[in-house]
Design a protein around this ligand. Structure first.
Ligand SMILES: Nc1nc2c(ncn2[C@@H]2O[C@H](COP(=O)(O)OP(=O)(O)OP(=O)(O)O)[C@@H](O)[C@H]2O)c(=O)[nH]1
Ligand SMILES: [Mg+2]
Length: 328
């Protein structure tokens, strides 16, 4: 498995503001010049920005702490300190940023969103030139720079897919994604071949395409952390349509469907209400199809049988989804 991480923890720190300066003008013929201490520079900020080329939070696993630059101190002759260097952290689209202490969501970085400030740099302190008044003509004090904001963040990656494939291990989810897209998740005749989510771009026609997610197979008890599927369920929370993929050879496909729905529900109450399509895979292996309801899409990811019909149905559902926009 090549590198992938959908979770990370990181400290971010804004730079400290520079201190204000205490200084007095020195001129040849004026023994006591007025105050001319400049202000400290502002500390740098830490921003997060979406980079469409990134698909994992792996880089953040090696990064404990990120700190923006400190502002420079003010100087005489009313010279302000330099502003601290900002830091721009690049994250994959679909990253949700939370405060680690409060769990509050700070940002939801969908594709195309603006950079988000995650740790503000401290203000620079004012120099003594700012404090001169008619009564206090020569203040001998200046402000210290403000400390930068410091907080621990949790980053969570929710992959952005239109369609999520849900099914027991070994039913052929990855085979289906391979047939429909250029994605190349591994296929194997054993459960848990797929260890992490894969995305594929599926073309419906010249003008329309959608992104489909293949996640590791779901077993009973997944919501309690059994198997692998549960930790990846969050990736299908935002899809517009779910495809429940069943195995035509399964003893009781309807029961299988029921338990898949049940697992989703235990993970997130709202998940089973999402528009969904039921597909029965490996249809090439069974003779009698009469016991599958007509609303089910019978197909073979291996031979390609039934695939066009499946895509037509899926295309219609996605179109409907666009109009309704139940899920954002
Ligand atoms: N006969 C037949 N075999 C299939 C079909 N689709 C998949 N298979 C086989 O079923 C096995 C499992 O396929 P995968 O695509 O790896 O299944 P998966 O659902 O991704 O499995 P996990 O990643 O373990 O959850 C492989 O041996 C495939 O060749 C099909 O339509 N017909
Ligand atoms: Mg798989």
């Amino acid at each position: 498995m090549n590198g992938f991480a959908d979770w990370a923890r990181i400290w971010v720190e804004g730079g400290n503001g520079g201190d204000g300066c205490v200084s007095f003008r020195r001129e040849k013929h004026v023994p006591k010049g007025g105050p001319d201490g400049g202000d400290g520079g502002k500390g740098g900020d830490v921003f997060m920005v979406v980079d469409m080329r990134i698909g994992t939070l792996l880089d953040f696993k090696h990064l404990r702490r990120v700190r923006a630059g400190n502002g420079g101190n003010g100087k005489g002759k009313r010279m302000s300190g330099r502003g601290g260097r900002d830091v721009l952290l690049k994250v994959p689209p679909g990253t949700v940023v939370k405060d680690a202490q409060t769990n509050e969501i700070i940002a939801d970085l969908a594709p195309g969103s603006n950079p988000v400030l995650v740790a503000r740099g401290g203000r620079g302190g004012r120099g003594n030139a700012r404090f001169a008044t008619p009564i206090q003509k020569a203040p001998r004090w200046a402000e210290k720079g403000e400390k930068g904001e410091k907080r621990e963040l949790i980053l969570e990656l929710k992959l952005l897919a239109d369609v999520g494939l849900v099914g027991r291990p070994n039913v052929g989810k990855s085979t289906l994604l391979r047939r429909l897209s250029a994605a190349r998740p591994r296929v194997g005749n054993y459960p848990f071949t797929t260890l992490r989510p894969h995305l594929g771009l599926v073309r419906l026609n010249q003008y329309r395409s959608f992104v489909m997610a293949d996640i590791p197979g779901l077993v009973e008890g997944a919501h309690k952390g059994k198997g692998l599927g549960a930790q990846f369920l969050k990736h299908i929370e935002r899809t517009k349509v779910l495809v429940f993929l069943l195995d035509a050879q399964s003893e009781d496909p309807l029961k299988e469907l029921d338990s898949l729905r049940q697992e989703l529900k235990l993970f997130n109450q709202a998940l089973p209400d999402k528009p969904s399509l039921v597909a029965v895979n490996k249809i090439d292996l069974v003779r009698d199809r009469s016991h599958f309801p007509p609303s089910f899409s019978c197909l073979s990811a291996l031979t390609g049988e039934g695939i066009n019909d499946f895509l037509r149905r899926l295309g219609r559902m996605l179109k409907r989804g666009e109009e309704i926009e139940v899920y954002d």
